[in-house]
Design a protein. Structure first.
Lengths: 173, 130
C-alpha cells in the first residue's frame, strides 16, 4: 500500500495558522445574536487585513476564502444561502482590497482599506439578496442601514488592525 | 519579555483615512435621503389591465369600483391615503396591504389586474414603469 504524502511548504503552514485564527473569530461572532439579521461586526476581517499587510494579497485571499469555506462547514451552513452571502461578500471585499492596496501607504492606512472592504462586503451580499433571495425593490430600504453598519464596523476593525500592525512592528524593532 | 506589552493606541488615522471616513459618512447620509424619503403622496393612479383608469386627488374622500376579469375591486380614498377595500381575488394580498400614503407606494392585485400607485409632487423612480 502506498502512502500519499502531501508536501506542504512553510507558507502553507502559515496560511493554515492564520486561517485558524480567522475561523476562530468567525465562530465567536456567529455565537452572538445580532439585533438586526445580517448586521455583524466582521471581526474575522481583521485577520484578512493583517495578512494583507504582512504577507501580501495572495495569502490574504487564501486566508479569507478558506475561512469562509471552513467556517460554513463547522457551522453547518455549507452551500446554504448564508454561505453564498458570506462568499459573495468575501469575494467582493477581496476585489476592493486588491484595488485599494495600491493606495499610497503614507496617506491611507488599514482604516481606509477596512472601510472599503466593509462596503464591498455588504455590496456583494446585497447583490445576492436582490438577485436571488429577495427579488424585490423593497431591499433598497435596507441599503442605508447596512451601509451605516459597514462604515461603523469598518472604522473599528480598521483601527484595531492599524494598531495591531504598528504595535507589532514597533515591538520587533 | 518585550518592554511594551501593553496594547497602546499608537496608530492615529491618517489624512487619507479621514477623507475616506468623511466621504463614507456623506455617502451614507445621501443613501438615507435617497432610499428613506417618504414624501407624502398627493395623487392616486389606478390601472386596470394595460390602461390607466384615472388619476385621482387623495384629498377627496371617495369610493371607486374598478371592473376586472374577476369582478369589481373597491378602492377607497380617504385622508390622503388609499387602499383596496374589497377585491374578488382569492388570496386578498392587495386588501391586506392596507393603506398607502407615501409617494411611490404601490398595491397590485394581479388576479384582477388592478393596480394602485401613489404619486408625489414629482414622480420618482419606480420599478413598474422604468
Amino acid at each position: 500500500m502506498e502512502i500519499i504524502l502531501i508536501k506542504t511548504t512553510a507558507e502553507d503552514h502559515h496560511i493554515a495558522k492564520l486561517t485558524a485564527l480567522a475561523i476562530g473569530l468567525h465562530l465567536l461572532e456567529a455565537v452572538f445574536p445580532s439585533p438586526l439579521p445580517g448586521v455583524k461586526p466582521g471581526i474575522a476581517n481583521i485577520v484578512t487585513l493583517y495578512v494583507l499587510y504582512e504577507y501580501g494579497f495572495a495569502t490574504a485571499a487564501w486566508v479569507s476564502l478558506l475561512r469562509v469555506f471552513a467556517s460554513s462547514l463547522l457551522l453547518g451552513q455549507f452551500l446554504s444561502p448564508t454561505f453564498v452571502l458570506s462568499l459573495s461578500g468575501a469575494l467582493l471585499s477581496l476585489v476592493a482590497l486588491f484595488l485599494a492596496q495600491h493606495l499610497p501607504k503614507k496617506t491611507f492606512s488599514a482604516i481606509s482599506l477596512s472601510i472599503f472592504a466593509a462596503f464591498a462586503h455588504i455590496a456583494g451580499q446585497l447583490i445576492i439578496v436582490r438577485l436571488w433571495l429577495i427579488p424585490h425593490t423593497g431591499v433598497m430600504y435596507l441599503i442605508p442601514i447596512f451601509a451605516l453598519a459597514a462604515l461603523f464596523f469598518g472604522v473599528i476593525n480598521g483601527l484595531i488592525t492599524a494598531n495591531l500592525l504598528t504595535n507589532l512592528n514597533s515591538r520587533l524593532k | 519579555m518585550p518592554k511594551n506589552t501593553r496594547l497602546a493606541f499608537n496608530h492615529k488615522p491618517l489624512i487619507g483615512d479621514w477623507l475616506v471616513i468623511v466621504a463614507s459618512m456623506v455617502a451614507v447620509a445621501v443613501m438615507f435621503q435617497q432610499f428613506w424619503s417618504f414624501a407624502p403622496a398627493s395623487q392616486l393612479k389606478i390601472r386596470q389591465g394595460n390602461q390607466i383608469i384615472g388619476t385621482y386627488d387623495l384629498n377627496q374622500a371617495r369610493e371607486l369600483r374598478i371592473k376586472g376579469p374577476l369582478g369589481e375591486s373597491i378602492i377607497v380614498i380617504n385622508n390622503g391615503q388609499a387602499r383596496f377595500k374589497q377585491s374578488p381575488c382569492p388570496n386578498q394580498y392587495c386588501v391586506h396591504q392596507g393603506w398607502l400614503s407615501h409617494a411611490g407606494q404601490v398595491a397590485i392585485c394581479l388576479p384582477n389586474q388592478v393596480s394602485l400607485q401613489l404619486m408625489g409632487a414629482k414622480s420618482k423612480y419606480d420599478s413598474l414603469n422604468y
